[in-house]
Design a binder for this molecule. Sequence first.
Ligand code: S3P
Length: 431
Amino acid sequence: MNMRFEPSSGLAGELCAPADKSISHRAALLGAMASEPVRIERYLHAADTTSTLDAVRALGALVEVHGEDLVVRGPGLRDARETDRPIDVGNAGTLMRLLPGWLASQEGCSFTLDGDESIRRRPVDRIVEPLRHMGAELNARDGRFPPLRVRGRRLRAISYEIPVASAQVKSCILLAALAADGASTVGEPARSRDHTERMLLRAGVDIHRNGRHVTVAGADELALERVTVPGDLSSAAFMVAAGVLVPGSRLLIADVGVNWTRTGFLRILRRMRGIVLGELEDESGELTPEEPVSDLDVAHGALEGTVVEADEVPLAIDELPLVALLGCFAEGETVVHGAQELRVKESDRIASVVEGLRGLGADIEATDDGFLVRGSGGLRGGRIDAHGDHRLAMMGAVAGLASREGVEVIGMDAAAVSYPGFVEDLASLCS
Ligand code: S3P
């Protein structure tokens, strides 16, 4: 589906961002791994997180849907049911990387995970290696890509340094470690989102952080009871960007998750002199069980270019396309370093962002590990291909509202993966 977004006058109003995708995936998985029913309040009902519900059902969980809320009654930590058909993860990279962590410990059971065309291009060797070290048997196509076959075994505890900062890989190892024979430690080169750690702490698991290392003990069972999912900052970020870029805008986005490991985009935006008020969580050494929320109050204003360094990248990974868009409107240069991970997202997001924004009139170049944008006072407009990538589609829509001539987005339906009501929400702020 193609859709045109015309230049807009100021955006105004109040909006509740959709529920957090990362936390919804984790809540459904940990819900299925828990011994007692888990109530999930405000689950995200979008394509990716529906794939997770279908997967846990196939593995023996009962899922009751009560409007936005769910009750998950799972088979528990060690009793997932073997499936006779491949588990279809659809477009969901988080499901493809996290679920094998649980399956790896289902002794004697075999599972196959597969997904759409985009998933089949996304590497899984990053989880195959540590899970093999722990004793599971795994086979990936060409050693690297889905379909992925997992045969569960009794697992050994592990000490493992992840070569690239990835919350998906870290979470996969932590889930496997719950059923291992001792305490496991995972190190990452830079801090990444810590929703799994916080939820495990709430589930009564013995888990600690020490700098960039997390140690988790084996567990007999998970005791979670209830999870309330906050609004998704990665979805709210599109509305924030629209509010900052379209002259005359002033909007309020309610109940957004502001866990420090997710708010890198807001810190980058504030450094660019963007006006966004809200009470963000501070960085803390200690692991805490809460997922803090805040309202965000956004207004249009002039922006300055900035430099994003490698250790900030995992804290803003899904918002980096928006940093490029903001850079087009900022005074001076905006540079992102250390973001080579963008090449293995739903699209090659360095190539698709650079090609897409250049087609709208941006002065932007790809580098090996990111991009460089020279602010040129805005964007002309034109057409942008989402390449089946939800974040590219939504970036194109925001670019249209802020452009001089409007933007046609090729493949707007991709937004349904994480934010099914995106177009309607954006329209409600424009009217
Ligand atoms: C996610 C982690 C990030 C992010 C993805 C969701 C998660 O991926 O890009 O959208 O829920 O753990 P990586 O861990 O591969 O960086």
